[in-house]
Ligand binder design. Structure first.
Ligand SMILES: [Zn+2]
Length: 335
């Protein structure tokens, strides 16, 4: 009987463990997938700053503690506060899911040519980030020093003042040779607030994101109010969460990689709406996204589309219908 009662005291903690596994560990694992394998190296790229000629004779770096100032000669690399905070949040998240080994913090100055492991990038406008948008498959948005671009629509995302905008992108890249597919997650934004907001949102809401995207690649935009800081971050409903369920299509006849051709539809926005093909060239992205839809409109996420775009409780819907075409034999895989 004593044994029975002593076992009974473990029931609440076992229950807490299972609940946490279901609501956090499992969904976070779905998003990060093979990235949290402790046998594999995971790189985290952050921007480093070079301090030119920081010598004993002419020190350039000054530290402050209270009203005491000190020169710090002979340090030639520094990191920005936002990136250090980001690495800390990210490391904490990874540790909670069980990724505790083989995490490498990489300076972008030295890591620009490294793409052969899974990785995170903090920041969105560095050279490495621009390469990320070009090199990786399934980047729905991109950013440079002037604008955020919707890559599927080739449209500039309008930004409001008083907000810092951040990007969260999970993308993939085929392995070279016998290597397996690699995954990269970019957390970055306009300026420090955008990056801070993206990292904060990703680390705090990873289970919520997973509810929408599962194991797929995705791209989403978040924003935080300048006067409220990163913790005010929200997903904005004007621009959709993009979910990419697969890009690899091989011609069954020739074995060639198929060429992707995409058309944009606004489809079934209301239950009885006809299917309307939108000419993207004559329509702004907002026209397409901002058409009203009833709750029943969520039925759009059918298997016939390759890219599903939606947000919970948010009515803006656009479909991207993708055809995969073999240029050699004319085979068409219409999804
Ligand atoms: Zn073919």
């Amino acid at each position: 009987m004593d044994i029975f009662f002593s076992l009974l005291q473990f029931v609440p903690s076992i229950w807490r463990y299972i609940r946490r596994w279901w609501s956090f560990t499992r969904p976070a694992g779905n998003i990060l997938g093979p990235m949290i394998d402790n046998k594999k190296v995971l790189r985290i790229f952050i921007k480093d700053f070079y301090v030119h000629n920081n010598t004993l004779e002419e020190p350039k770096l000054i530290s402050q503690e209270g009203d005491v100032f000190q020169f710090n000669p002979n340090i030639d690399k520094v990191f920005a506060e936002v990136e250090v905070q980001g690495v800390s949040l990210l490391g904490n998240l990874l540790g909670q899911i069980g990724k505790r080994e083989k995490i490498k913090i990489m300076k972008m100055s030295e890591g620009y040519s490294l793409w052969d492991t899974d990785f995170f990038i903090l920041g969105a406008q560095a050279l490495k980030c621009r390469e990320f948008y070009e090199l990786m498959d399934n980047c729905g948005y991109s950013m440079d020093e002037h604008r955020i671009t919707d890559r599927d629509f080739n449209q500039t995302i309008e930004r409001e003042e008083l907000y810092g905008y951040g990007l969260i992108i999970k993308a993939e890249k085929d392995g070279v040779g016998n290597d397996k597919k690699k995954y990269g997650i970019l957390l970055g934004g306009f300026g420090t607030l955008g990056t801070e907001a993206a990292v904060y949102y990703f680390c705090k809401n990873i289970a919520l994101i997973e509810k929408h995207v599962g194991k797929h690649c995705f791209s989403l935009i978040v924003r935080a109010r300048i006067h409220s800081g990163a913790q005010s971050v929200k997903m904005i409903k004007e621009y959709p969460l993009k979910i990419y369920d697969g890009t690899d299509r091989i011609c069954p006849n020739c074995g060639n990689r198929l060429r992707k051709e995409q058309k944009i539809y606004s489809k079934g926005l209301r239950r009885n709406d006809p299917i309307v093909e939108s000419d993207i060239s004559s329509k702004s992205i907002k026209d397409i996204y901002s058409r009203p839809v009833s709750a029943s409109g969520y039925g759009f996420a059918t298997k016939s589309t390759n890219i599903k775009q939606h947000l919970s409780k948010v009515p803006e819907v656009a479909l991207i219908n993708i055809k995969f075409i073999c240029d050699d034999c004319g085979y068409i895989d219409e999804r």
